[in-house]
Design a protein around this ligand. Structure first.
Ligand code: ASP
Length: 468
């Protein structure tokens, strides 16, 4: 017999159906026993009467979160029992047979309510139970819907989703790399990607022209604010585009997401206002300003662009480093300065960041597709020729073979979701996040590994003495 999803049962009054799910609650009304059965689609009231003795006796043993299969008839509820709040509120299931598929111990945390008041350690350790909570389940499903919307939109715009490697070489993007030892080449390491930046540019050299990816990015940063060691970017890149083209595409997509999937939200200003980095710092003392006119309105979305960032900033040691992305092009009027390595502090980059209600949700730039200009960037940063060759030789070389002008952007989509779902942090919109200090309390990672594994990798651990 085919399984019915609970939400569909209301349309089948008088019919015999088979449903499966979890016992949400159990209660007795005199001799009649009720359970609320829960599946992914909703909740159904199930009724057991003493006349069906065998089933009734078994139903008495049911406890919350047991998994059951029930066959019965969908009947109309008495008028006074109708619950207008749920899709199946007008019906109930009159049970014929009951099968227990799995029993459950008492849960270590409550899955009712929003769960914000439960300690994070418990929620993380039992994440698979925490996700049974309506709010969390809904977050993941809506997240899926937004991602699908993005994929469909970009597909129509002619973009192809292309996967790039997770085992790669260190990318200089300002954070520390996670490294993975090579077994085949002792003493050598892969790096996990901080972003697909170099690959996506190489795809442009390859002539793919329009690339995107829901890309996992890994950055070994110290715990600070609401960060995660791994997070997801909507990463995209296109050839023969201007700054305007990328900004226009981003803006159209963000507006469509809000209008189609969050119609109760209001965008403060369209087109999104643009602020130069200098003005943003002067006026808001932030490069991701919160320009909301009414900060109490939870449905107000104030997007804005921040542009005209300085390309370089001084390091603590007195040298230069990039503010955003070493692969960016200077704004055209600063091209000569970059090539001559002059006026460095005033060179502006083609970088554009998009902010929402005071959070940076994305950033990108038009890239430097000429090897000589890219080389100058690294020279300004004080890299020796050999180092440039060693670290970025593949980019320099690729750009020698007819590299199209190109540019792109990446959105931190976990942050976008947190803001759209009105969640206080990005952990609430991820299935299996880590703690602020990078631990997975459910899997107990990071963990020690076998001596044999270490030996194969030619690695020995020198344990730091524990401080007394
Ligand atoms: N790769 C950049 C980042 O992760 C985004 C971009 O410029 O496309 O910030």
């Amino acid at each position: 017999m085919q399984r019915f999803l609970i939400k569909d049962t209301a349309k089948h009054i008088g019919e015999k159906v088979r449903v499966c799910g979890w016992v949400n609650t159990r209660r007795a009304h005199g001799k009649i026993l009720f359970i609320d059965l829960r599946d992914i689609s909703g909740i159904l009231q199930v009724v057991f009467v003493p006349s069906n003795k065998e089933v009734y006796d078994m139903a008495q043993t049911l406890r919350a979160e047991w998994v059951v299969e029930i066959i019965g008839q969908i009947v109309k509820r008495p008028e006074n029992m109708v619950n207008p709040k749920i899709e199946t509120g007008k019906v109930e299931l009159s049970v014929e047979s009951l099968k227990v598929l799995s029993e459950s111990e008492t849960l270590p945390l409550s899955i009712e309510g929003d769960g914000y008041d439960i300690g994070e350690e418990t929620r993380m350790k039992y994440r698979y139970l925490d996700l049974r909570r309506e709010r969390m389940k809904n977050n993941l499903i809506v997240r899926h819907k937004v991602i699908k919307f993005i994929r469909d939109f970009l597909d129509k715009e002619g973009f192809a989703e292309i996967e790039t490697p997770i085992l790669t070489k260190s990318t200089p993007e300002g954070a520390r790399d996670y490294i993975v030892p090579s077994r085949q080449e002792p003493g050598k390491f892969y790096a996990l990607p901080q972003s697909p930046q170099q690959y996506k540019q190489l795809l442009m050299v390859a002539g793919l022209e329009k690339y995107f990816q829901m890309a996992k990015c890994l950055r070994d940063e110290d715990p600070r604010g609401d960060r995660q060691p791994e997070f997801t970017q909507l990463d995209l890149e296109a050839s023969f585009v201007s700054q305007e083209d990328v900004m226009d595409l981003t803006e159209r997509l963000l507006i469509l997401i809000v209008q189609n999937l969050f119609p109760n939200k209001k965008i403060q200003e369209i087109p999104f206002p643009r602020i130069s980095y200098k003005d943003a710092m002067k006026k808001y003392n932030s490069d991701k300003p919160d320009i909301r006119k009414d900060k109490n309105d939870k449905n107000l979305l104030a997007f804005c662009w921040v542009i005209d960032f300085p390309f370089f900033e001084k390091t603590e040691e007195g040298g230069w480093t990039f503010t955003h992305n070493p692969f960016s092009a200077a704004k055209p009027e600063f091209d000569e300065d970059l090539l001559n390595k002059k006026n460095i502090e005033n060179i502006l980059t083609s970088q554009y960041d998009v902010a929402l209600n005071g959070f940076e949700i994305g950033g990108g730039s038009i890239r430097n597709h000429r090897p000589e200009a890219l080389e100058k960037v690294f020279e300004i940063m004080g890299y020796k020729k050999e180092v440039i060759h060693e670290k970025f030789g593949h980019m320099m070389e690729a750009f020698k073979y007819g590299a199209p002008p190109h540019g792109g952007i990446a959105w931190g989509i976990d942050r976008v979701f947190a803001l759209l779902f009105e969640e206080p942090n990005i952990r609430e919109v991820m299935a299996f996040p880590k703690t602020g200090d990078g631990r997975d309390l459910m899997m107990k990672a990071p963990s020690e590994v076998d001596k044999k594994q270490l030996k194969e990798l030619h690695i020995s651990i020198t344990k730091e003495k524990k401080k007394k």
